[in-house]
Design a protein around this ligand. Sequence first.
Ligand code: C5P
Length: 400
Amino acid sequence: MAKQIIVGVCAGISAYKSAELVRLLCKADYTVHVVMTKSAVKFIAPLTFEALTGHRVYTHLFESQHPSAMDHIELARWAQSILIAPATADFIARLRCGIADDLLSTLCLATTAPIILAPAMNQKMWSNPATQDNIQSIQQRGIRLIGPGIGDQACGDTGPGRMVEPQQILDQLSDADAADNLLTKRRVLITAGPTREPIDPVRYISNHSSGKMGYALAHAAINAGAKVTLVSGPVAISSPQTATTIQVQTAKQMHDAVMGHISCQDIYIGCAAVSDYSPAQVSTTKLKKNADTLTVILNKTQDIVRAVASSHADVFCVGFAAETNDLEHYAREKLRDKQLDMIIANQVGIADGGFSSDNNAASVLWNNGQQTFSLRSKKRLAVDIIKIIAQHYYASKHTT
Ligand code: C5P
């Protein structure tokens, strides 16, 4: 079925590439309506897009007096996705703030369709903290990014900020479309972040987990159509808008939240770095440093992923193994020992990748196979992991 897509064109030099992008989309059976910002028409004529799409091009908010025109609400309803290429720094800032002072920004507010941006701007504008902050904020709302690429720029600079080439945008769009419905009507419970085990009212035992991987998995599962419950330890990331998020502190609270929500789930992904031990006694007052040594007795916490796997055989159960050495050996041992369906092994304690980094590499292991993903952004890795989990989840349903 042809997909109904709005291509938004902002005022950037790479608007010339949008013509090729629109041509490729039409060739790939998309029905395309083009919406241009008022300054974009200075870079490329609307007539070019009209000739390519066979439809009139929209440039103003109020032009529904035209016989073939839809108004902005109709257009927003019609769109199955909105792709903005090029997306300028200014447009991204307006999108972040929810400003609706032209047709394209109004459509973005009025639509429930996925919004995808292909940013294009000078490398300094891209790296500016204001732009990076805007990007982070819109990504947390579920807006997806394709690019930007790194390389020579029209202004003579070199760096990140080039609009990705039209064919690559189309390829990534098709990949996303295929992944979009992968987990429709499935329920996925994900744990993320560290836990904190209190010693006294001011001190606790914890670890370096940032929650980035677990939250990226939650976003990827939502984008794949799943209904996501996220049980999160304390992290500095905002919750995905469309997930049910349960905030916890301790391993015991995480265990109770998971066990309280597991029975209606199809897939469990234990990505949290759960404390293995917790102080046997929590002092109600701040401990004093009178003695030269202090002994804190720790009790083992309940292994949540093991509890899920052993009590809910119908839930496809995925664990994580973060190791500093003998990664695959330990991961396979955990896969077997905890009776998991799949385990994601990743190396910690390396220069890039691991706990707080935005990047990670991982090996995904199951009973009689494995696949390795080289270093990439955690967001990209999450999409790859969700795809492979979905594949194996459906395969397991055919064999049971
Ligand atoms: O045994 P280890 O802690 O290395 O295993 C890691 C996996 O087990 C992760 O999926 C983690 O979320 C899970 N885990 C758990 N409950 C614990 C400890 C770890 O679910 N108490």
